[in-house]
Design a protein around this ligand. Structure first.
Ligand code: PLP
Length: 398
């Protein structure tokens, strides 16, 4: 039995069952499906059933969407960042040529792309995804990181030919720097967060992320409906996209939606309680690096302000036991390679399902059928090996 505690739990006072107008393009999901499925190496990621863990927690079922194999990049992120690169290039080409549906892999498009510079700020995975997309389409790429981004994560971005620039301060400072430089240099910035002014690229990113749940809904066909979803949130792009896709599919019967964050950078917890976006400042670093953000994305806010039901926060001490548990026991048929941020949604479930008060507050019980995302694998292989005691390859071959 795995033992993990939670820090704080609260109910969103503004949660609603009715679907608001979603802040996405009308045909955005179809476009994302078409583009992403056309990339070499596309395959739906596995949906694992964690029935041992479900039995331990006395819940009906746990479905764990394992994003670790996604395009060999180790996380769900290529669905957003690289998709947004394709949209930026497509729109620029349309403006140049008048062609509404340009072939992005034609010689003409590649010659055009070679003159474009794409930039983004990242705490690791988004930058890797944008750099991968920029290389696929032949654009130059500059990625801004804050000091806390590990060397291994920087190397993984640079491996796709991107230039890495370090910014003093936090992830939020890196986001601002990328935006300012893009404006002064005429580059295309692909933020995974929206301040309300930059809207198009973060909307594309979020639209691409919807494919995680879009695939899962296909994989869940024939199963009884999902009752709960636990979604880890940094700026909230992944959580809002996932909640929105369930909302589209289930309507008023949408699952109970729980947002999971590190306690020290719980901007969703604070913002949802306040009923408006609230920035968390100070020491926002976390072992769950992908969630170390102090400011919510305003596109995600439009969905989650009423689409989130509860918020739970965790301490960094949950990370290592959860990673080891998944490496040892994992899914029913095989272990699951889950990185520090990857485990956080599941850790939120374990922490609340094993706490009687939280269990009651969230309505968790033997009939609950829960959906969670393993959002990353061993994106820092050195850290993974140190924590788990084995490399991902060794874990998978055991
Ligand atoms: C592995 C992983 N999971 C989850 C997230 C959170 O995504 P978002 O910032 O869209 O909330 C990130 C963000 O970088 C991430 O890298």
């Amino acid at each position: 039995m795995i033992k993990i505690g939670m820090k704080r739990l609260a109910k969103n006072p503004n949660a609603a069952r009715t679907l608001p107008p979603l802040p996405f393009e009308q045909d955005g999901l179809d476009t994302a499906r078409k583009v992403v499925r056309s990339w070499a190496g596309y395959a739906p990621t596995p949906l694992c059933s964690l029935s041992d863990l479900a039995a331990e927690l006395d819940v009906g079922a746990i479905y764990f969407k394992d994003e670790s194999p996604r395009f060999g990049l180790g996380s769900f992120k290529p669905l957003g960042g690289a998709f947004a690169v394709s949209r930026a290039l497509s729109r620029a080409l349309t403006e140049e040529t008048g062609n509404e549906d340009p072939d992005l892999f034609s010689d003409k498009a590649r010659a055009f792309a070679a003159k474009m510079t794409i930039t983004a700020a990242t705490d690791g995975n988004h930058g890797r995804s944008v750099a991968w997309g920029a290389r696929m389409y032949g654009c130059r790429c500059v990625i801004y990181v804050c000091a806390s981004v590990s060397q291994k994560r920087r190397d993984a971005i640079a491996a796709y030919g991107a230039e890495i620039r370090e910014v003093d301060g936090s992830f939020d400072d890196a986001v601002r720097k990328a935006g300012e430089t893009a404006a002064s240099e005429g580059w295309h910035v692909i933020p995974d967060t929206s301040d309300g002014e930059t809207v198009v690229a973060p909307r594309d990113v979020t639209q691409g992320y919807m494919l995680v749940v879009d695939e899962a809904l296909e994989q869940l066909k024939g199963e009884r409906p999902i009752t709960h979803i636990f979604l880890q949130a940094g700026v909230g792009g992944m959580a809002s996209a996932s909640a929105a896709r369930f909302w589209q599919a289930y309507g008023e019967n949408r699952p109970v939606t729980v947002i999971v964050e590190p306690d020290q950078c719980a901007c969703w917890y604070e913002s949802l309680l306040a009923g408006e976006p609230v920035a968390v400042t100070g020491e926002t670093d976390s072992a769950m690096a992908g969630l170390a953000c102090g400011e919510v994305s305003l596109i995600a806010w439009d969905v989650l302000k009423t689409g989130a039901d509860h918020m739970v926060t965790l301490g960094d001490e949950v990370v290592e036991p959860m990673m080891r548990y998944l490496a040892q026991k994992g899914g029913d048929a095989r272990p699951v390679i889950a990185g520090e941020t990857g485990i956080s949604g599941l850790a939120g479930l374990v922490a609340t399902a094993s706490n009687p008060d939280a269990r009651k507050a969230l309505g968790l019980g033997p009939d609950s059928r829960i959906f969670v995302i393993n959002s990353e694998g061993d994106t820092d292989p050195e850290a993974y090996c140190r924590i788990v005691g084995k490399s991902a390859e060794e874990v998978l071959s055991q």
